[in-house]
Design a protein around this ligand. Structure first.
Ligand code: PHB
Length: 409
């Protein structure tokens, strides 16, 4: 894997976090009953050659407000790019996208999901950034038999048991973290690692996943802290605790606005040059990286995607994404793009667009040709995929997550 500076260089810095709001266009079926013939684009026609496909109604449930709002925008863009590349269709079916705001907690996410299912009567839903929200809506989807493709939230229990209605195009929080454990154990040798993360499902599972493989590789834990999610703005007391612990490295899970706060204060407090920081890659992803700036340089982290992956598939994807949005794609964008791909392949396999057929089709998609590399779904319906060791470096004046190696799992 090598650095792929060319497109990033042309682009310059990522456009602002509030780019010309690229609303997900509603690609409406022209009118009721205007079924289209399967066939056409890259992902081909319906399973039943020549059969008419009814339009499909997809709920896109992403945060449009709260600490994860910027991630939601990336996901809108990724989902829309897949539609644009496929003539506005999924598996040959015309698509209507109904957007809903997940917010940042189950208090907002659960009612939004419920409205999509009961009021809008969507055929399937894609999205969900927060593990807390995903855990809160899982039963709704299982019981209403409406397929959900989780395009971010990584809580293990979301997919545990492999319900035919729950799929995930992203990762598990434990998986991202576990991929880094043995590597960090090797780096710190006889030293110890302090763990600090956001206090909710994702932070807990990330910490747990890291601890498991780190300790299995002989690593020692110096201390552990969980910070109140969504309300912590001053990390100083925690940073003092890290310094006092005598740790030789830190592992962390933060994302969105909290990632910027933590990374910036870690630097301001003087820990950056003192104690190496390792992280689940969300800490340095997308708009967060630009906002953290210099404070993020040198952070090594794990994730299943980087816009720096030098493959034909990814280069083409990055180019198309930059052309559409004037910024490089993030992991969140790719996960939503791949959720659309999974739904498209499912509809194609099933040759129909109702919820039950889409759920059945999802079990038949096989491999997905993703910008991250090809992946398939395991028995829980989580992606089987590579994880990469990334390091924040300046590449031609732009901060990027350069891929150092694939991590052993
Ligand atoms: C999660 O809640 O699972 C989550 C949220 C944001 C991320 C990653 C994971 O960037």
């Amino acid at each position: 894997m090598s650095i792929r500076p060319s497109i990033v260089k042309q682009l310059g810095r990522r456009a602002s976090l509030v780019p010309a709001a690229v609303a997900v266009a509603l690609v409406l079926a022209s009118c009721g009953g205007s079924s289209v013939s399967g066939g056409g684009d890259d992902d081909g026609g319906g399973g039943d050659e020549g059969a008419a496909l009814d339009p499909v109604k997809i709920g896109l449930l992403v945060p449009l407000s709260g600490v994860y709002a910027a991630l939601g925008e990336d996901m809108q863009q990724g989902f829309q790019l897949y539609l644009d590349e496929n003539d506005g269709k999924l598996g040959g079916a015309e698509v209507e996208v109904v957007e809903a705001d997940e917010g940042e907690s189950p208090g907002t996410g659960v009612p939004a999901a419920t409205r999509l299912v009961t009021q809008d009567q969507v055929d399937a839903v894609a999205g969900i950034v927060s593990s807390a929200v995903a855990l809160g809506v899982k039963d709704l989807f299982v019981e209403s038999k409406v397929p959900l493709v989780v395009a971010n939230a990584g809580a293990n229990d979301v997919t545990a048991g492999g319900s035919p209605y729950i799929w995930r195009s992203s990762f598990t929080n434990g998986g991202v973290a576990a991929a880094l454990g043995a590597y960090v154990a090797e780096q710190v040798g006889d030293g110890s690692v302090y763990l600090i993360s956001a206090d909710y499902a994702a932070g807990a599972e990330s910490t747990g996943g890291f601890k498991e493989t780190f300790e299995a590789a002989g690593g020692t834990i110096a201390g552990e802290a969980f910070t109140p999610f969504g309300t912590t703005t001053d990390w100083q007391p925690y940073l003092q605790g890290i310094r006092a612990s005598g740790a030789s490295a830190v592992y962390t899970f933060y994302a969105g606005a909290e990632a910027v706060g933590f990374t910036t204060q870690y630097n301001q407090f003087g820990l950056k040059g003192e104690i190496p920081l390792y992280a689940a890659g969300f800490l340095t992803e997308g708009g967060v990286l630009e906002a953290s700036g210099e404070a993020a340089v040198g952070i090594q982290n794990s994730l299943h995607y980087s816009d720096q992956i030098d493959s034909e598939r990814n280069n083409a994807f990055v180019e198309a994404y930059v052309a559409a949005y004037d910024e490089v794609p993030t992991t969140y964008a790719v996960q939503a793009y791949d959720a659309a791909a999974a739904l498209g392949l499912a509809i194609e396999a099933a040759g129909a667009t109702d919820s039950e057929s889409i759920a059945q089709g999802l079990s038949e998609v096989g491999e997905i040709d993703s910008p991250r590399g090809t992946f398939s779904f395991d028995e829980n319906h989580d992606p089987v995929q590579p994880y990469y060791l990334r390091e924040v470096q300046e590449v031609d004046g732009v901060l990027a997550n350069v891929v150092l190696q694939e991590l052993e799992q």
